[in-house]
Design a protein around this ligand. Sequence first.
Ligand SMILES: Nc1nc2c(c(=O)[nH]1)N[C@H]1C(S)=C(S)[C@@H](COP(=O)(O)O)O[C@H]1N2
Ligand SMILES: [Mo]
Length: 258
Amino acid sequence: MIRKAPRMPAIDGDAVVKEALRRIALPSRRLFMRRSLTLGGLSLLTGCAMIDGESAERALMSISRFNDKVQGWLFDPDLLAPTYPESMITRPFPFNAYYGEGELRQVDAARYRLEVSGRVADKHAWTLAELHALPQTDQVTRHICVEGWSAIGKWGGVRFSNFLARIGADTSAKYVGFKCADDYYTSIDMPTALHPQTLLTLSYDGRPLPPRHGFPLKLRIPTKLGYKNPKHVQAIFVTNTYPGGYWEDQGYNWFGGS
Ligand SMILES: Nc1nc2c(c(=O)[nH]1)N[C@H]1C(S)=C(S)[C@@H](COP(=O)(O)O)O[C@H]1N2
Ligand SMILES: [Mo]
């Protein structure tokens, strides 16, 4: 990081602060930052002189990674996300993806295999029938998207902690990463992966997941924002190497708690 600022910063302080706010996904965090964040504060927090766009970018990234750590420390593995009665389910449930609904990826159920790799004992690929044969559970929870909408839905499937136990995952590893059939990808911290409400879902509202909601497999995490809930999951890997994510690599906060 560049520490010597030869002259006055040549950047627009307000714009940088605004950009910082945009990148910090949580509304509560945004409020906190709006009250406390100034360009000087940003320099103090990160030890970076704000002399150009690039150092500002680095500063914002280091704040975001710092936020990940704090959110990780604050995460309570026993705290449950609220659940709702079925009468509160939002119908129709909204669709969202990094592309339009007309470009939905179709996955062939018969040929589908869930690939498993990384720090796991059993790397065999799973058919849908094998996944359906595992104990199933369902829950009605609220999905919250950073784009400013939320909706209540009912997802059913395998408790992810059970699945991780089945494959002999090294649960002392830091991350679980996901690759999707539509080239989307994301990753989560191990405590969230092991949270009792994190489900590897095969059904939506009592029926097989429809294509728009991620057929054949979606990881549903009610303690995290929408972009941390991968649809069309194709591969799962356990790793100590930070895997990032589609939106996370573009500046969305990685922890992404809701
Ligand atoms: N494979 C895949 N998963 C994804 C996305 C995507 O574009 N591709 N978008 C994410 C975002 S931002 C949201 S809000 C939810 C939307 O899920 P839904 O269409 O079931 O409402 O999916 C998440 N998972
Ligand atoms: Mo989202």
